[in-house]
Write a protein that binds this ligand. Structure first.
Ligand SMILES: C[S@@+](CC[C@H](N)C(=O)[O-])C[C@H]1O[C@@H](n2cnc3c(N)ncnc32)[C@H](O)[C@@H]1O
Length: 337
């Protein structure tokens, strides 16, 4: 690389500062149904514009930008989805991620209010905008969690020996991906998935579709806000996956103590979380995730291994360890002693 093409520090800053352009081109194309409208054929901008009932000029410029990002290909003025696009961006693809893109669209809308969140030190979201009040948005969020969860659940189930456990508490289990994957790997286990009623509606569908409904019981409880919430008892295994970042320190300490009470002696607890290093600035995507929590929750945050270890020990767990099975620190185990 000669000097004229070398990326300077200023270039790096400006590339990052204009990252919203790439994001907006992809999310707008998804929102407008462009990937689905193209499907597996090659089509010209005028044909697509007709079908989508939008301006040909606007669409052509957007399609070219999508080609420049490598999301579409273009030959003789005809546009096509790439193989990757067909897999992930077109309905019916073998790993369709529409729910994830819908989730990113909702996140984007909140990220535009970052200044308000920083000023106030908490989410600018009004209570009525919260997922618990909106069946459709909650459903779409839980479907996105399914996309994210399944590969991680496979890693957890593939790296731990859970063969001696029988009763799993999947606290805030969302779509049920973790319970299902763990039971597939360790079929002697039965799970209780505890979550909010709107989420359980979605979980029920997904779990039934996978024919796992006889092995996974659903239990409705607001485990953070209702001091009398019933999360069940007698568990020898508990999983708390991607929950602790939703809340602040006090409610997390109470929650872990409640889980300890619901478990039998020697039971094992698994905490799956986006852990942040002690300096709170790395890994970089975890520092960004903390911003996301500032935006979307009242008191949520990314926590360090030592913070969660302290809460676990205070709640009556011991032998706290980090399990090195993810690229970034994400899985902790401990035992009720
Ligand atoms: C980020 S998702 C995690 C889902 C799943 N455990 C995973 O790792 O993919 C958070 C889950 O916690 C549930 N949840 C949030 N607050 C809750 C509360 N106060 N009581 C019960 N469930 C709650 C949500 O409905 C959602 O299913």
């Amino acid at each position: 690389m000669n000097n004229s093409t070398k990326e300077t520090n200023l270039d790096k800053i400006l590339t990052r500062a204009s990252g919203f352009m790439d994001a907006q081109v992809i999310l707008t194309a998804h929102e407008m149904g462009i990937f689905n409208c193209l499907g597996s054929r090659a089509a010209s901008a005028d044909v697509l514009a007709d079908e989508l009932e939008i301006s040909e000029r606007g669409l052509r410029i957007l399609l070219d930008a999508l080609v420049s990002l490598g999301l579409l290909s273009k030959t003789n003025d005809h546009y096509k989805n790439t193989k990757t696009g067909l897999t992930h961006l077109v309905k019916g693809g073998s790993d369709y991620r529409g729910a994830t893109l819908d989730h990113l669209i909702r996140m984007r809308d909140m990220w535009l209010r970052l200044d308000e969140a920083v000023e106030k030190g908490t989410s600018p979201r009004k209570p009525e905008e919260s997922l618990v009040h909106n069946r459709d948005r909650n459903r779409s969020f839980i479907l996105a969690m399914k996309d994210f969860g399944t590969p991680n659940a496979k890693i957890i189930a593939g790296n731990l020996d859970l063969s001696k456990y029988e009763r799993l508490l999947d606290l805030g289990g969302g779509p049920g991906s973790y319970s299902m994957e763990i039971i597939r790997q360790f079929p002697q286990l039965r799970a209780t998935l505890v979550d909010l009623p709107l989420t359980l509606e979605v979980a029920e569908e997904i779990i039934k579709e996978s024919c796992m409904d006889e092995k996974i019981e659903l239990k409705a409880a607001d485990f953070y806000n209702d001091p009398h919430a019933d999360i069940g008892s007698g568990y020898d295994l508990a999983l708390i996956s991607n929950i602790l970042h939703i809340e602040g320190v006090d409610l997390n300490r109470k929650l872990l103590s409640r889980v300890n009470n619901a478990m039998v002696e020697d039971g094992m607890i698994l905490i799956h979380e986006a852990l942040i290093n002690e300096n709170r600035v790395s890994p970089p995507d975890r520092a960004m995730f903390a911003v996301n929590m500032l935006l979307h929750t009242e008191r949520g945050n990314c926590y360090t291994f030592n913070e969660i270890k302290g809460w676990l020990e205070e709640a009556g767990f011991s032998g706290v360890e980090l399990v090195d099975c993810f690229e970034k620190p994400s899985l902790m185990i401990a035992y009720k002693k």
